[in-house]
Design a protein around this ligand. Sequence first.
Ligand SMILES: Nc1ncnc2c1ncn2[C@@H]1O[C@H](COP(=O)(O)OP(=O)(O)OP(=O)(O)O)[C@@H](O)[C@H]1O
Length: 240
Amino acid sequence: MIIANNLKKIYGKDFVSVNNLSFHIKKGEIVGFVGQNGAGKTTTIKMLTGILKPTEGSVQINGHDIRKEPLEAKQSIGYIADNPDIFLRLTGLEYVNFIADIYGVSETDRKKRLEEMAGRFGMEDSLNKQMVSYSHGMRQKMMVIGALVHKPPVWILDEPMTGLDPNAAYELKKMMREHADEGNCVFFSTHVLEVAEKLCDNIIMIKKGHDIYQGTLDDLVVAHKNKSLEDIFIEMTHEE
Ligand SMILES: Nc1ncnc2c1ncn2[C@@H]1O[C@H](COP(=O)(O)OP(=O)(O)OP(=O)(O)O)[C@@H](O)[C@H]1O
């Protein structure tokens, strides 16, 4: 459902941010993307979603090339950016309606999805307030609702748990599992290794734009003599 093929991104003249990165995320999988600050996670995610043009390589979403068939590919994506501070003059309800309009979600479907997700995130009473008055976590909740209102099969989430309270983070993790179990895929970046540990079927670890591990957590832990994921992460991403 997501195929990244030899992705490379050079910023400016010669700063190589991501290099030679390939992976395949299949239906039914939750894949965690981990790496230190500046490793290239957001850059990769922006290439997956078509926001950034790769210097080299290609991306396929549900069989559609993100550069050659952007509309078809983007229809399948629910994307949460790493910063929820957009469209702040809109109310939560206006924001979700705006996104639902773009994707052609019917009145009945959007009402049903909005009620369900706003209920799960405890946002029912805030929907008619401008998002500029929301806390960071409330903005993040609206980004999640907006990203998922059209029921996209492919979820690409850049640090989706940041700022969420424990209840909302718990609900989002449950939604991610439900979504994958329904035969869809979820790719998300995180700095919280416990989240990766509990939720992911596979992880991709990157360092300075290269992948240094792809596979299950169990295999990683066995290969490192049953050390904790935190110890393994620090060992593997350590600067020589
Ligand atoms: N627009 C840009 N122009 C130049 N360099 C950039 C740009 N965006 C990112 N970079 C550089 O590319 C590298 C990867 O950045 P990126 O934001 O992808 O990392 P990240 O893994 O998402 O980091 P974090 O965990 O801190 O969010 C960093 O060295 C960063 O300084």
